[in-house]
Design a protein around this ligand. Sequence first.
Ligand SMILES: NC(=O)C1=CN([C@@H]2O[C@H](COP(=O)(O)OP(=O)(O)OC[C@H]3O[C@@H](n4cnc5c(N)ncnc54)[C@H](OP(=O)(O)O)[C@@H]3O)[C@@H](O)[C@H]2O)C=CC1
Ligand SMILES: O=C(O)C1=N[C@H](C(=O)O)C[C@H](O)C1
Length: 249
Amino acid sequence: MTTSLSVAVIGAAGRMGSAACAAVEGASDLTLVGRYDAGDDLGDLGGAEVAVDFTVPDASPANVRHCVEHGVHAVVGTTGWSTDRLDTLRELLADHASVGVLIAPNFAVGALLMMSFAQQAARFYESVEIVETHHPGKVDAPSGTAARTAELIARARAEAGVGPVPDATESDPLGARGGDVDGIRVHSQRLRGRVAHQEISFGAEGEALTIRHDSFDRVSFMPGVLAGVRAVPEHPGLTVGLEHFLGLG
Ligand SMILES: NC(=O)C1=CN([C@@H]2O[C@H](COP(=O)(O)OP(=O)(O)OC[C@H]3O[C@@H](n4cnc5c(N)ncnc54)[C@H](OP(=O)(O)O)[C@@H]3O)[C@@H](O)[C@H]2O)C=CC1
Ligand SMILES: O=C(O)C1=N[C@H](C(=O)O)C[C@H](O)C1
């Protein structure tokens, strides 16, 4: 007899949370036992074994703390997990050794491949910049995916001994050169009609390489969310990036 894994969704009325509820309800091996939104008491999370968090950067750490302290594994898609926040979560998890938390900047398999390909390419190109495009309802910039991609590229460049990206800009009073994540320029666009898109442009003498991923619909994230839910109970401690559950990390 197969048993069903019980799942709660926090941020259930949001764009991602509502899609996650539908995905869980559509999976024969999972049972949706709770939907929570702003102002709700998370309580025992309806007896869930795994909670999924798609809320807002300022709320997610407290939600995840609540899950961990109640022995509930967590799959987190919410952005804003800075190094400090991750360190605090690691300390908390040290006291709850059986609990697993997955923080996933992007659940779309193509986005994971895009980041992996970018890491591979990073050491071969002197120049690189990232442009991310999202729907205008997004509250944070740059996207978590762009920030993570920039970190991975910067790390790969540093390991290979590649120097700074060349850039002669001396004056940029309007910030037209974009944000700087670990020395990588990141540009954010917010456009009606878009969902989640990213393009990484590499340049070297006489050539260019462009790596692009598009999520046209939030269904693109759902196989990854469900894979995270199924795998997280088997991975106690903190995992950053779904790629580590898919053999891509
Ligand atoms: N990892 C990935 O693959 C993806 C990650 N994301 C990320 O997921 C997050 C959510 O995105 P999205 O669904 O578009 O955002 P939405 O604004 O559509 O949804 C957020 C939901 O969270 C609710 N909420 C706010 N505060 C709390 C709280 N303290 N406790 C419980 N619920 C709360 C909101 O309620 P109310 O509106 O009443 O405040 C809302 O229903 C963002 O950080 C986004 O970047 C998005 C897509 C993919
Ligand atoms: O807010 C979104 O929509 C998305 N957020 C995540 C991010 O910030 O990277 C993942 C995806 O890009 C969609």
